[in-house]
Write a protein that binds this ligand. Structure first.
Ligand code: FA5
Length: 331
């Protein structure tokens, strides 16, 4: 009986002092397991006289039950404690603000250019590009500028050599196309263009132009106006009207500037957009196109103008400053 009390006390003390479930598991094997010391007590029974056997057996069972109960209780409390630690380590603070992920987006100029491309492509115009650094002859001569014509002064630019310059206008595409393509043809480009210009809110040394032209039989100012109106409506809304006024460009005859007006823009005031006209017969002849058989129209305008008007941007330098507060306003 003393032995039982000793083993029981040992077991209870060991269980009580356990600090981890792993340690407790070892005590389970040592005391309660098949080869544990409490099971060992049962084997002692054989050495006892018969009359003492039942009492001893009952006492061992009682001790075993006590130790088991102590073990169960300790196991439960250690498990709880360990889980609490684990929860604390794996805790997720659902109230923490999410990390800001800034996605890229298209620049407002890119959005504008993509829309321009959609509009003219849908009208059967083919997009084409020509060099930013081009020959003087494509920029001026091919476009019917007589030598030393004062119109060239309005488009002073940066010269690489006497013959090579940074193009001043998207219209430079014309000569490149007329050399290789026979009419009927419809072409357009979006060109980065350069001029020796004092920079202010509406002028830059580097800007962009859309330039559009077509040649076919019986092309008239009516086709020009209809194309411009379709384009302007796609950019600025369905109520836009287009107006022509006489203007001079060496490569068109007649030449006009065109303005648009809409009740939704600038209180319906006319706002000038760019230049246009019918392609000069001299140019057609220079490229072997018979002006009695074919005629064509051409127009050009500054791309920066479009978002400036559509969104009321009052300084074109904002397009290249890359101030996120500005860029994030457009998507
Ligand atoms: C031309 O450049 C002609 N090539 C347009 C043309 C094409 C006429 C076909 C007839 C037939 P202009 O120099 O006016 O025209 O320029 C056209 C547009 O480019 C202007 O209305 C303006 O919106 C834009 N632009 C001109 N210079 C600058 C500049 N320094 N900064 C920003 N935009 C400019």
């Amino acid at each position: 009986m003393e032995l039982i009390a000793k083993v029981e006390a040992e077991a209870l003390a060991a269980i009580e002092s356990a600090t981890t479930t792993a340690e407790l598991r070892e005590h389970e094997l040592a005391f309660l397991g098949k080869n544990g010391s409490i099971s060992g007590l049962m084997r002692e029974i054989g050495k006892l006289p018969n009359e003492e056997k039942p009492k001893f057996g009952a006492a061992v069972n009682e001790a075993k039950a006590k130790v088991q109960a102590a073990w169960d209780a300790k196991s439960a409390s250690l498990k709880n404690a360990e889980r609490a630690v684990q929860f604390e380590q794996e805790r997720i603070d659902v109230t923490m603000p999410a990390r800001h992920r800034s996605g890229g987006r298209k620049h407002i100029m890119q959005i504008t250019m993509d829309r321009i491309k959609d509009v003219f492509t849908s009208m059967g115009f083919v997009y084409e590009e020509s060099p930013e650094v081009d020959l003087f002859s494509y920029n001026f001569g091919a476009l019917n500028y007589p030598d030393d014509h004062p119109a060239m002064d309005e488009q002073d630019t940066y010269y690489i050599t006497d013959d090579l310059l940074l193009r001043t206008q998207g219209t430079t595409l014309q000569g490149h196309v007329f050399e290789t393509v026979k009419p009927p043809l419809r072409r357009f480009t979006i060109a980065r263009t350069f001029r020796n210009e004092a920079v202010d809110r509406t002028h830059s040394h580097t800007f962009h132009q859309v330039d559009v032209f077509m040649i076919d039989k019986n092309v008239t100012m009516a086709h020009l106006k209809g194309t411009l109106r379709t384009f302007a409506r796609a950019m600025f809304g369905d109520e836009v009207e287009v107006r022509f006024r006489p203007d001079f460009f060496p490569f068109v005859e007649p030449g006009v500037d065109y303005a648009i007006s809409s009740p939704k823009l600038f209180d319906g005031k006319w706002v000038e957009l760019g230049g246009a006209g019918l392609i000069h017969p001299n140019i057609l002849e220079n490229y072997g196109i018979d002006p009695d058989e074919y005629s064509g129209f051409a127009f050009g305008l500054g791309v920066e103008r479009i978002p400036m008007m559509a969104y009321g941007v009052d300084d074109l330098r904002l397009f290249t400053e890359n101030d996120f507060r500005f860029l994030e306003m457009f998507s």
